[in-house]
Design a protein around this ligand. Structure first.
Ligand code: FMN
Length: 325
């Protein structure tokens, strides 16, 4: 229902413009790409590129498409998605349902989207398939987000091996024409593995990382018996790993926080710990499409009342969230 509403929301777009929170203090950058605010739509909310642009009208600073494969894919059998309202979380095992490269490319080419701050999320099990997605989608988008971290597609784990990751990233960086951001797994059991992967991403010449994807869980309600946990319960891990990773990379390497973000305080703490931007999925499901606009408005007001000039000043400052806000 939400997708249909967003698809046909264009008559209200001029109204949305009126309530958009625009303020210089909110601007940030993802590599060399300037974004008007640090809050993005996470990959997967818009599986087949129907609504991303309309999310921008709701005040998001950028949006990532659902992961695109070189071929059409129907994903895992149902049941494959549950919400836990009490915990504000979601478990899914969708397994990349995708209309595939050719169909999505046609949708892209009908619009001038580069200036619209859209990132294409790409993946695949073979390096040449992923290179094809990168080459054919790059002309249309601001940047590419490589997804090697979905817990619902078994073969992707091959790329968590550092040798395989290095080979993939070298090939992609040789062929890229747009910034490349790599979405990493949360590596809950072995956080050092995440640190090693980040070093590999930085050494390969990629522009940054997303930390991280949903957390692998077993769940007998899902037809395949396992999936990924998203939403509130995973926030503390996101924060801990962003903070750890920022300490080992230089400040012009981009870190995007993803996982459990729902409040202004969540965003504040991530930016203060070293995230350049954040992405939200479950928060949009539970709080609604105005979540970015609400957080941006709060951030702007807190900056003013606490004499903080901007997101750029907050970045890596370790400034605590003002307790009365
Ligand atoms: C139903 C569903 C589908 C998703 N699809 C994708 C996807 O296609 N590609 C991807 O990189 N991440 C995907 N994700 C992961 C989200 O982008 C995000 O990283 C994760 O949900 C954690 O953020 P959140 O706690 O704000 O939801 C999906 C998540 C959910 C719940």
């Amino acid at each position: 229902m939400a997708e249909t509403f967003l698809k046909f929301s264009f008559p209200i777009n001029p109204l949305l413009k009126l309530i958009e929170i625009k303020h210089d203090s909110l601007s940030s950058s993802i590599g060399k790409i300037k974004v008007p605010n640090p809050i993005g739509v996470a990959a997967g909310l818009d599986k087949n590129y129907k609504t991303s642009i309309n999310y921008l009208n709701f005040g998001f600073g950028f949006a990532v498409t659902g992961t695109i494969l070189s071929h059409q894919n129907f994903g895992n059998p149902k049941p494959r998605l549950f919400r836990d309202f009490d915990n504000k979380s979601i478990v899914n095992s969708l397994g990349f349902p995708s209309e595939g490269l050719n169909t999505i490319k046609k949708k892209f080419s009908n619009l001038e989207i580069e200036e619209k701050r859209i990132f294409a999320s790409i993946s695949g099990l073979k390096i040449d398939e992923i290179i094809r997605c990168l080459e054919e989608l790059s002309p249309f988008v601001a940047g590419i987000e490589l997804n090697i971290s979905s817990p619902n597609t078994q073969g992707l784990k091959n790329f968590h091996n550092l040798k395989n990751l290095d080979k993939l990233l070298n090939a992609l960086n040789k062929n890229k024409t747009k910034p490349l951001i790599v979405k990493l797994p949360p590596s809950i059991e072995d956080p050092n593995n995440l640190i090693e992967m980040v070093k590999c991403v930085q050494d390969s010449g990629s522009e940054g990382v997303v930390i991280s994807n949903s957390h692998p869980v077993q769940d007998s309600k899902l037809s395949i018996g396992f999936g990924g946990l998203s939403g509130k319960p995973i926030y503390e891990h996101t924060l801990k790993m962003v903070s750890r990773v920022r300490k080992i990379v230089n400040n012009d390497f981009t870190i995007i926080g993803s996982g459990g973000i729902t409040t202004t305080k969540d965003v504040w703490k991530l930016i203060a710990s070293g995230a350049n931007a954040v992405q939200i999925y479950s928060g949009v499901v539970y709080e609604g499409p105005f979540i970015a606009s609400k957080i941006n408005k709060n951030l702007k007001n807190i900056f003013i009342s606490n004499k903080i000039s901007s997101v750029k000043e907050l970045f890596c400052s370790e400034a605590p969230f003002p307790s009365n806000d």
